[in-house]
Design a protein around this ligand. Structure first.
Ligand SMILES: [Zn+2]
Length: 339
C-alpha cells in the first residue's frame, strides 16, 4: 500500500489555474485490470453557461441540475471516444423541458442550452421534467467535423425507461443503459451539478484487456461478469453527489480507490465556447426561404436571431437580407445566377 511512492503512480499535478479555469478532466486506468475511469469537474465553463442565461431569467433549479449533469456527461463521453467531431447529448421531453442539449467538441469546448415551457415542480427529476407522458427520449449524436455531402451523423436513441418499462429518474441510469445497448460496455456513472460545479465520474469495463476496440469481443455474455470491474463499479457507486461536487480529484480518487493501483494521465481542460457565427445564422435564414425572411424584415425593420447557447444576437437589416439571398457569382463559378 505504498502507492503514493510508486514511481508509476504519476504526479499529482498542480493545476495551472488559468489553463484549468473552465474545469478539469482526469483519465485513469486500474493497473493490470480491464477497467478505466474518468472524472470531470466543470467550474468556469459551467458558471459561464449559467451567467449567459441570466439575462433570459436563468434556469429553474431542477433544469439547472439536469443541464449541468448533461454537460459533465457529454464531456466524459466525448473524452471517451476517438472521434473528430461534436458529441451532442440531447434530451427531448414531453414535460416542462421540451429540449435540453449539451455539446462537446474534441478539444472539450462545451456549450449547452435548454428550453423550458411551463411550471417546473420543485425537486423534479428527469421523469417529471421530460417524461410525463412516457414520450421522453435521449439522443446521442456524433457529428463528424468535415462531413461530406450526403454523410449522415451517427445517432443513437434511448427511451427514458428501463427494460421493464419502469421510468428512470436519473440521467446516469439512462446513459448507462445507452452505453450497454449501443457499445456493449458496462459503465457506471455518477453525475452531479449545482450552480458552481457540474461533475461526473465514469468507470468503464474495457472491451478486452489490452485491446481498445470492440472487434475482439465475441462473448456478450461476459457483460457484468468481471469481478474486478464489479468491485470497482460498486466502489464508484458509493460516491455521494455532495462529495463529487466538493472534493478535489486527488482526494476523491484516494478515498474511493485507496486499495487499487491507479495510473493517471495528463489532465485536460474543458472550457465554454460557442460555435455559432454570422455565416451559419445566415445559412439558416436562407434555408427558411426569402419570402419568410423578407416578411419579418419588412414588418420589424430587421431580422434578429439570438443564439440560444451563448446569447449573442445577430441582426440583419433589409440590405443584409437582400445580400443573403443575392446569388454569389464568384462562388457559383459565374455560370449561373438564380433570379
Ligand atoms: Zn452562440
Amino acid at each position: 500500500m505504498a502507492r503514493s511512492s510508486d514511481p508509476k503512480d504519476p504526479i499529482h499535478p498542480t493545476l495551472d489555474s488559468t489553463r484549468f479555469a473552465g474545469g478539469e478532466l482526469h483519465k485513469f486506468i486500474f493497473e493490470g485490470l480491464p477497467v478505466r475511469g474518468m472524472i470531470v469537474r466543470l467550474t468556469g465553463a459551467w458558471t459561464e453557461m449559467l451567467q449567459r442565461r441570466q439575462s433570459a431569467g436563468g434556469y429553474p433549479e431542477p433544469v439547472q441540475r439536469l443541464l449541468g449533469e448533461m454537460c459533465a456527461a457529454a464531456t466524459l463521453m466525448q473524452a471517451n471516444i476517438k472521434f473528430n467531431g461534436a458529441l451532442i447529448l440531447q434530451m427531448q421531453g414531453d414535460g416542462p423541458v421540451k429540449l435540453a442539449v449539451a455539446e462537446a467538441q474534441p478539444d472539450l469546448a462545451l456549450r449547452a442550452t435548454a428550453s423550458v415551457i411551463g411550471e417546473v415542480p420543485e425537486g423534479a427529476d428527469i421523469a417529471a421534467l421530460l417524461n410525463v407522458h412516457g414520450q421522453g427520449r435521449c439522443a446521442i449524436t456524433l457529428d463528424p467535423k468535415d462531413r461530406h455531402a450526403g454523410q449522415q451523423p451517427y445517432q443513437g436513441v434511448v427511451p427514458l425507461h428501463g427494460d421493464q418499462k419502469e421510468p428512470l429518474h436519473h440521467l446516469s441510469e439512462v446513459l448507462e443503459h445507452y452505453m450497454l445497448q449501443s457499445e456493449q460496455l458496462d459503465t457506471r456513472l455518477v453525475l452531479a451539478a449545482n450552480d458552481q460545479v457540474a461533475a461526473g465520474l465514469l468507470i468503464q469495463r474495457l472491451p478486452v484487456q489490452g485491446e481498445g476496440n470492440l472487434g475482439g469481443r465475441c462473448n456478450e455474455d461476459d457483460i457484468g461478469l468481471d469481478e474486478h470491474y464489479n468491485r470497482i463499479a460498486i466502489l464508484a457507486g458509493t460516491l455521494k453527489q455532495e462529495e463529487l461536487l466538493t472534493l478535489d480529484v486527488d482526494t476523491l480518487l484516494r478515498r474511493l480507490f485507496w486499495e487499487e493501483d491507479i495510473r493517471r494521465f495528463e489532465p485536460q481542460a474543458p472550457r465554454f465556447a460557442c460555435t455559432c457565427s454570422r455565416e451559419r445564422v445566415g445559412r439558416m435564414l436562407v434555408s427558411l426561404g426569402r419570402a419568410e425572411v423578407d416578411s419579418v424584415a419588412i414588418e420589424r425593420g430587421q431580422v434578429e436571431v439570438g443564439c440560444e447557447f451563448c446569447g449573442l444576437q445577430y441582426r440583419y437589416d433589409p440590405v443584409d437580407v437582400a445580400e443573403l439571398f443575392s446569388p454569389v457569382v464568384a462562388q457559383a463559378g459565374g455560370t449561373h445566377t438564380v433570379q
